[in-house]
Design a protein around this ligand. Structure first.
Ligand code: SF4
Length: 390
């Protein structure tokens, strides 16, 4: 039988069979799996070598072009000064520019900045820059909308419209560069914006490889995190594609099948099935999974829920991030009381687990976890000066 998929970095990229999800259909729902025909700005150097060889170009040109785009942030072939002029003209049609542009920019009182990323089809997503001293964490989106429909999340409210291409995901990193303050360094990338990354796992793996490439941004793989709501086939596939190299965060929000189904109605996997997938995942020694748990008043924040979580996680290495619900206009759910949050955390810590209470960042501009929307615009926060800061 003929094998499908192309070879990248020594292994075959098989098309992912996605779990049937109870999606909200839209009139123009697009295919869930992207075609692999990405433009030049989303190709790895070895793929650029292949492409350029068809034009009779030596392989070192591929590295030069990759470096211009991903390290120097220059997508204009006419400015790629170490390429011969005929080649600069020839690669103009290969897609060296990212297919998106920045729309609105909002800045929070805590320095967090949210950018609207306008896509070529008229839709938009959002990306968030979160400063911590001179280090930046960028949260990027992977889909327009989301099929998981977490009850507390604005992004999933309208259901899934389509996957982003790898070029559209990378565009968020590229387009945000001029908004880094002087001296700020992009340190962490989290696939935690709009969308479920593992419903778009092939594109996500491609983007992670490009971001970590030594000739590009050269980000440490430990500092690239995929945050999933727990898609079992996607977790298995990510392990196959990247060998456990990048960090994995799993948003559980409930340890019993009932609580989980209530809060994440669009995903059928039970907490136990998710944990079994994590047990199979090739997590390197001395690394831990991050478990994200949004605490919701009266729904999943009692001591009983905490004890269920302890039992569920007893066989895997984890640290737990507790995030009190960020309220917004698309959910009727309420945040927990401060006392409940501390009591929940104490149950976990008393059982020997690492449980960290996460600060809200960017809540005043709708940039905190669960508040991103895309497609439309938040009315909160003040519009920031759209002029790049460096
Ligand atoms: S929290 Fe994440 S997975 Fe859940 S609906 Fe929102 S974007 Fe999707």
């Amino acid at each position: 039988m003929r094998k499908t998929g192309r070879i990248v970095n020594g292994f075959r990229q098989k098309p992912l069979e996605l779990e049937a999800i109870d999606m909200q259909p839209t009139e123009d729902t697009m295919p869930l799996v992207n075609a692999t025909s990405e433009p030049a700005c989303a190709l790895l150097p070895e793929e650029l070598v292949e492409l350029l060889s068809t034009m009779g170009q030596p392989s070192y040109r591929a590295r030069q072009i990759f470096t211009w785009i991903h390290k120097k942030g220059c997508c204009d072939p006419s400015a790629m000064s170490n390429l011969p002029h005929p080649l600069r003209e020839a690669i103009g049609s290969l897609g060296t520019s990212f297919p998106a542009q920045v729309g609105e920019s909002l800045e929070s009182s805590d320095g967090t900045r949210k950018l609207e990323i306008k896509l070529a089809d008229g839709r938009s997503v959002e990306t968030v820059l979160i400063p911590e001293g001179n280090k930046l964490t960028q949260c990027i989106s992977t889909q327009v909308g989301c099929a998981a429909r977490c009850r507390f999340c604005r992004s999933g409210h309208a259901g899934l419209l389509r996957n982003l291409t790898a070029a559209e995901i990378l565009a968020q990193v590229h387009l945000a560069r001029p908004f880094h303050a002087s001296g700020q360094i992009l340190r962490n990338i989290v696939f935690m914006g709009i969308g479920e990354p593992l419903h778009n796992v092939e594109a996500v793996a491609r983007v992670a490889r490009i971001l970590a490439h030594a000739d590009g941004l050269d980000l440490s793989t430990r500092r690239i995190t995929v945050s999933t709501v727990g898609i079992v086939k996607g977790i298995d596939r990510l392990g196959e594609l990247l060998g456990g190299d990048i960090a994995l965060a799993v948003s559980l929000h409930g340890a019993s099948p009932e609580t989980r189904a209530l809060l994440v109605p669009g995903v059928k996997e039970t907490p136990r099935e998710i944990v079994e997938a994590l047990e199979r995942y090739p997590l390197p020694q001395r690394r831990r999974f991050t478990i994200e748990y949004v605490l919701i008043g009266g729904v999943n924040d009692t001591d009983r829920h905490a004890r269920e979580l302890v039992r569920l996680l007893s066989r895997i290495r984890v640290k737990i991030n507790l995030l009190p619900l960020n309220p917004h206009d698309k959910t009727e759910l309420l945040p927990p009381t401060d006392e409940r949050v501390l009591a929940f955390q104490k149950v976990l810590i008393d059982k020997g687990l690492t449980a960290i209470l996460r600060k809200r960042r960017g809540a005043d501009i709708g940039a905190a976890c669960g508040q991103l929307l895309g497609l439309g615009k938040t009315k909160r926060g003040r519009p920031a000066d759209a002029t790049p800061t460096s």
